[in-house]
Design a protein around this ligand. Sequence first.
Ligand code: NDP
Ligand code: OXD
Length: 309
Amino acid sequence: MAIVLIRQDGKLDLWKNAFLGQYPDLPVFHYKEPHPTEEVTMAIVWKHPEGSLAHYPNLQCIASFGAGVDFIIEDNTRPKNVTITRVIDPALAADMSEYVLGTILMYLKNLDTYRQDQANKSWRPKAYTRIADHTIGIMGAGTLGITLANSLLPLGFNVVGWSREAKEVGNFKIFHGQEGKTNFLRQSTILVCLLPLTDATKEILDKETLSQLPKGAYLINVARGGHLAEQQLIPLIDSGHLSGACLDVFQQEPMKQDHPFWDHPKIKITPHVASVSDPASVVPQLVENYYRLEKKMPLVNTVDPSRGY
Ligand code: NDP
Ligand code: OXD
């Protein structure tokens, strides 16, 4: 039995060393070095090259390095009937909450606008809003969404959530399904997308959805670029229906140089860094599943490929 690591972002050695640092005897290889393909039972992947999973005839688990598995589900060349797992990690959830909280506070107090004004030596006081003025609508009340809600509620934010199925967590209202979507959107002055990317959620942030937000609402997309119908965003901002957007994820990453989002004054961009898997905290749960495979035990953090998450 062995583990292969597959990712194309230059971090193969960093991750391999993180595994070996914590588990020195682990049979872990990265896909660019010679390795015993027939022995590989677990592939840990992040945006792997298409076709790369077909090299492993005895694969039993395809694990995402992150929380999302959309790029695994979308790969039609992956061996079917192999269990897919994802990361569920308190540090990843806490990092996401910090990013979103920082973005919201910056928006409320116009802090990013003042950075631009300073660069232009321009003295332009603007009206600000307060925490109590806003309802944060969290689209996707899952691991990250609920952690976010729990960090916003003690600060005095109104929070509502939206999920696929009915669920109660006690401290904030969660709408669900198509029937709950309109009521959810109507009250969300700041919409945070934390959905998984699936057939049902692709381009869900389109004109129809975003038009149901209150006038002047703000969009934060930290889930996947595929959630946003990108061409429909700028007209909604320019018409004043949305006051702006902060986007961490894009249809194409890195974003092309001529993409109109780069230059739009009301769109803030970060390069898919809202919350990044930390080897120190994620390696143990990945290795746990490797040992579970060895002992023929059920895996943890599995996803349902028919749901897509
Ligand atoms: P979870 O699977 O824990 O939660 C997903 C939530 O979305 C659940 O509440 C689920 O509903 C809801 N949902 C799914 N499909 C629908 C639908 N069709 N309609 C309504 N609600 C739906 O995921 P996580 O919270 O762990 O992660 C969410 C996403 O965040 C990841 O898939 C990933 O793409 C993204 N991400 C981005 C990062 C970044 O740096 N930008 C970092 C980490 C993650 P229900 O509760 O009913 O199942
Ligand atoms: C993830 C991500 O899915 O970082 O974990 O996008």
